[in-house]
Design a protein around this ligand. Sequence first.
Ligand code: AKG
Ligand code: FE2
Length: 268
Amino acid sequence: MTLDYARELLGVGYARISLDTEEAALLAAALEECRRFFSLPDETKSRYSSADRNFGYRPLGVEYSITADRPDLNDCFTLWSDRLDLVPNSAELAPLTGALLRWRDHLSALVSDVVGQVAEIVGNAKAPRFEAASYLQVNSYTRASGDRDLLQDRHEDGHLVTVIHTTAPGLEIWPGEECLPVETAPDELILMPGSVFADLTGGRVGALDHQVRNLGLERRMSLMYFVNPELTEPLYPWVRAADEPPADLRDKIRSHPAGFGLPDVPVL
Ligand SMILES: O=C(O)CCC(=O)C(=O)O
Ligand SMILES: [Fe+2]
């Protein structure tokens, strides 16, 4: 199965992933806790926000896709690795973080298998370690003004891969010249390659641009696993031309979040 997903990534530029009943139940449990969290008043959610807004709750207005004057029209909650200690007052959120981490454990096994297959196919290489530099993020969108056609402007995530599930329509991807609306059933995910994947594969797979359309919905959530290679050892492309000197990709990975108004990828 993971070999099929690896081939789909290489051939189509993204992969659609099906969950079995047990996996879908883990996802549903995580989403249920997320729904409960986002129904809390804003001032309560702010109790779970780190000073730099990189860990835990992040209010709308901090993160953007292209320019700071068009912020992403969602608030979010992030959990880096399994570092509950980086989220203020996280003990109060045990049901949420527990459900998220159970979901994350499933995703990290999936990502490790699929990325490992691609590394082997394209470069007889191995997937880098990633868990300590990767994070779950859940976005919550409420009804937005009709002035904005997009809730998030067109971007690529700047990571190795993103695994995403969405609870309602709005996500649009650019596998080629044209943009394609995509929805996920309760037992479906989409695996999107980012620019780190493009760099590692020597461009055999491009970073998947995407955006979120404003469809005037009352509520919408998306749950992502943003996967970054760990930054403790040099990282070189799996594929490169014979005359090309190896270039360590770590500086680019570390500073990519600055393009979205966020701090560097931490070494945890
Ligand atoms: O909400 C979505 O469907 C996509 C969110 C996204 O692309 C992001 O947060 O980077
Ligand atoms: Fe994104």
